[in-house]
Design a protein around this ligand. Structure first.
Ligand code: TMP
Length: 217
């Protein structure tokens, strides 16, 4: 079984930048790295992603939204993530199950117990060895997103149209999950310069790899 790492955070937290940097670092030490993302990562998942992101879908209920993210995840786990891990590879995933708990559970306020149960069913119990949470105050994340839109980088999607309180609940949800399971989560202050964030992640990863090596001996 290989190594599975997920990245979580509000939009604008720098996930995409950091995930690419970590992939480079791991490849340099001979990991067979597969980079993927949610929603999407498969042909079916990408079709689901476009339904989820379509700003015209204003009538979508919270439950429908949750089930669509779940459907995309069910496909990604079985078609991409599990096979690569079974080959001994390393999977880096831009968002995973915790996004549904944070956004649909805490953010949309769907019943948390159900969200967790369905998510467990969907993933078949597969969880990342490490989840990197890039923490950013909501206002800072929204400001970064605005700047990106102004520079014509990135497209506005349905999830970008929520009130500030929604993102605040999402952030609280992430912090709550990270506090409850510190052995899996790494919380990094995403207001730091890119290279410092990168260093925090790399240090934790090296510790994780050392523990893995020691366990093999
Ligand atoms: P991103 O690909 O730009 O991160 O956009 C994905 C959006 O979807 C982001 O706003 C978070 C949201 N999301 C959920 O609400 N629930 C989920 O389970 C996942 C994976 C993403």
């Amino acid at each position: 079984m290989g190594l599975f790492i997920s990245f979580e955070g509000l939009d604008g937290s720098g996930k995409s930048t950091q995930i690419v940097k970590l992939a480079e670092q791991l490849r340099a030490v001979h990991h067979d790295v597969l980079l993927t993302r949610e929603p999407g990562g498969t042909a079916i998942g990408d079709q689901i992603r476009s339904i989820l992101h379509d700003v015209r879908n204003t009538e979508m209920t919270a439950l429908t939204e949750f089930l669509l993210y779940s459907a995309s995840r069910a496909q990604l786990v079985r078609q991409v993530i599990r096979p690569h891990l079974e080959r001994g590879g390393t999977v880096l995933c831009d968002r995973f199950a915790d996004s549904s708990i944070a956004y649909q559970g805490y953010g949309r306020q769907l019943d948390l117990g159900w969200v967790c149960q369905v998510t467990h069913f969907v993933t078949g119990g597969l969880m990342p060895h490490l989840t990197v949470y890039l923490d950013l105050p909501v206002e800072a994340g929204l400001a970064r997103k605005q700047a990106a839109f102004a520079a014509q980088q990135g497209e506005r999607n349905r999830l970008d149209l929520q009130p500030v309180e929604f993102y605040q609940r999402v952030r609280e949800g992430y912090l709550h999950m990270a506090q409850a399971e510190p052995q899996r989560w790494l919380v990094v202050d995403a207001t730091q310069p890119i290279y410092q964030v990168q260093q925090c992640i790399w240090e934790r990863l090296q510790r994780l790899l050392q523990i893995g090596e020691a366990a093999k001996k």
